[in-house]
Design a protein around this ligand. Structure first.
Ligand SMILES: C[S@@+](CC[C@H](N)C(=O)[O-])C[C@H]1O[C@@H](n2cnc3c(N)ncnc32)[C@H](O)[C@@H]1O
Length: 338
């Protein structure tokens, strides 16, 4: 048999799946940008009506809408297209939970992956320290977009975190870098007797208040405005740091862990959540990919291994460490101040 006639020894399918994953992402985010989900909210429409309303050429319109059905963003009943609950919640631009704009911001920076890998530099123009956030999110609308994106991510772990840890011995907690309070709300909903707080930059206060009103929790969670590198952490029996340590370099992470240790009472608990990398650094792919994303959005941030996290906690004086998988590549590590 000649070599040309030999069947390939490996299937191309895994690569093909990766290649078309980009098509899926682009189709959904383009639909969000065009306002497909906003248009269909409460107003189901046929392909012709929808194409006309959105001014789309008929050639691709039907495939576009049916692809959104196949991807689980729309349903079609008879001739009429409807939003699925997922698309209605996250991709209708009229909702505060809209993440279309947040998700689209990744496109431009991932186009610059080569530059990031060659230079080690973030692919945005925002400064280091607290400026990284305050220069980037100058308006309440910008904070709203960013914190909606955070809620989309922390919404997948909040209910799991509320169950994965024994909150029965905790009377008070503060979510450090807790954004607009969505994760704190998930814990409070499951454990209504706990005194809950959020520490975040003062500029976040308006979107925090707005979100609390939307969740029917106005006045139930205390907002502590502050800069966690400059101000002592608030008094609480437990401090949570979710998707916070990965924003920073190792030195700053150790600084935050040490500040938490100083603030906690004896017996107090620090809970750290991030998409952590396995200690052998062979996965999970989700955590390694978000680490590359951190390369492009922060000057020194990255994901890190569980072993790295344990070493920072132990160096700060914490003991009794536990580890729990929270799903979506997130790990919870808890540590106690003796
Ligand atoms: C990546 S977000 C994580 C939000 C939230 N903890 C979650 O799990 O979705 C990081 C948060 O830290 C806050 N933050 C950044 N720098 C801060 C600082 N110096 N002091 C207080 N909060 C800060 C940001 O405003 C943002 O809400």
């Amino acid at each position: 048999m000649t070599s040309e006639m030999t069947a390939p020894a490996v299937s191309a399918e895994p690569l093909w799946r990766l290649g078309t994953a980009y098509f899926s992402r682009k189709t959904v985010l383009t639909a969000a940008e065009f306002g497909v989900f906003t248009t269909l909210s409460g107003a189901p429409a046929s392909a012709d009506e929808l194409a006309e309303r959105l001014e789309l050429h008929p050639r691709g319109a039907r495939d576009f809408f049916d692809t959104l059905v196949a991807l689980g963003m729309l349903t079609r009943e008879g001739e009429l297209y409807h939003n699925t609950p997922l698309a209605e919640h996250y991709l209708n631009a009229e909702r505060a939970s809209y993440v279309g704009a947040f998700l689209s911001t990744a496109d431009a920076r991932w186009d610059k992956l080569v530059d990031a890998l060659k230079t080690g530099d973030p692919q945005n123009r925002w400064g280091a320290g607290a400026q990284m956030f305050t220069e980037q999110y100058r308006t309440t609308a910008a904070w709203r977009n960013f914190t909606a994106g955070m809620d989309y991510l922390n919404g997948m772990i909040g209910p799991v975190l509320a169950e994965a840890f024994d909150w029965s011995t905790v009377r008070s907690f503060v979510d450090v870098g807790g954004a607009r309070g969505n994760l704190a709300a998930a814990i409070l909903r499951a454990h209504p007797d706990i005194e809950a707080g959020v520490l975040d930059l003062p500029d976040v206060a308006p979107v925090f208040e707005e979100h609390m009103a939307e969740l029917g929790l106005t006045g139930k969670i205390t907002f502590h405005p502050g800069n966690f590198f400059e101000n002592p952490m608030p008094d609480a029996q437990a401090l949570v740091m979710s998707h916070v340590l990965h924003d920073w370099g190792v030195e700053e992470r150790e600084q935050l862990v040490a500040a938490a240790y100083r603030a906690l009472p004896s017996g107090g608990i620090l809970l750290i959540v991030d998409p952590m990398i396995d200690d052998d650094r062979q996965g999970p792919a989700g955590a390694l990919l978000t680490s590359l994303n951190m390369l492009m959005v922060t000057p020194h941030g990255s994901e890190y291994t569980r072993a790295d996290c344990r070493s920072w906690l132990e160096r700060a004086g914490f003991t009794g460490l536990t580890e729990t998988d929270l799903g979506t590549h997130n790990t919870l590590i808890t540590a106690r101040k003796s």
